[in-house]
Design a protein around this ligand. Structure first.
Ligand code: C5P
Length: 208
């Protein structure tokens, strides 16, 4: 069985950094699935289409190409918001499901991080981690990251974004954010990146 590691959690929980480090450590390809939703949103924005245009969004998801995932604009704060808005559209999720399952289905295995990897995309994953941290701590981390990249934004604005996104991601009817019943929950509020990595590695090593 290929080694698939599914990592889920709310915005700015540290799951992305952790997923990248695990992928490096175990020599597996990594997919940040948030980028897929961000890329669909960016396609709509670039086309001048509304984020509420379900048909355009479904079309953008169905024709998404990997090259789009390298666009630096995907990392901007506004794109996280836009991605969250289109991510509730079932046809978008259906189109991206196939994309993600192709990525995870190779013989070598993969690390995927997102919101519904352990529950919907890879329910058979060998390892499932659910990474969380308090909203305040996640806001501080995201604020550091964005201001480090030169975006000018207040901590209060980030906290408001994070709380709104948590509520939207957890309450949507299609694939809401929640830990799979068989996921190991890792709360990183009190952990630095190295400590979180060590804890995650211990979980993976137990499953190998
Ligand atoms: O993880 P990231 O912040 O890049 O995700 C942006 C948005 O995309 C999330 O708020 C969520 O609404 C959506 N998303 C999702 N399912 C995933 C990954 C991201 O719904 N697997």
């Amino acid at each position: 069985m290929p080694m698939v590691i599914a990592i889920d959690g709310p915005a700015a929980s540290g799951k992305g950094t952790l997923a990248r480090r695990l992928a490096d450590h175990y020599g597996l390809p990594h997919l940040d699935t948030g980028l897929l939703y961000r890329a669909v949103a960016l396609t709509l924005i670039d086309a001048g289409a509304s984020l509420d245009d379900e048909q355009a969004a479904a079309q953008a998801a169905a024709s998404l190409i990997a090259d789009r995932l390298a666009d630096p604009r995907l990392r901007e704060r506004a794109m996280g918001e836009a991605a969250s808005r289109i991510s509730g559209i079932p046809a978008v999720r259906a189109a991206l499901l196939a994309w993600q399952q192709r990525f995870a289905g190779t013989p070598q295995g993969a690390v995927l991080d997102g919101r519904d990897i352990g529950t919907v995309i890879c329910p058979e994953a060998r390892v499932k981690l659910f990474i969380t941290a308090s909203a305040g701590e996640r806001a501080r981390r995201r604020h550091r990251e964005l201001t480090g990249r030169g975006e000018s934004v207040t901590l209060a604005a980030i906290l408001a974004d994070i709380e709104a996104r948590d509520a939207r991601d957890a309450s949507r009817s299609t694939a809401p954010l929640k830990a799979a019943a068989d996921a190991v929950v890792l709360d990183t509020t009190e952990l630095d990146a190295d400590e979180a990595f060590a804890a995650a590695r211990a979980v993976v090593d137990r499953a190998r």
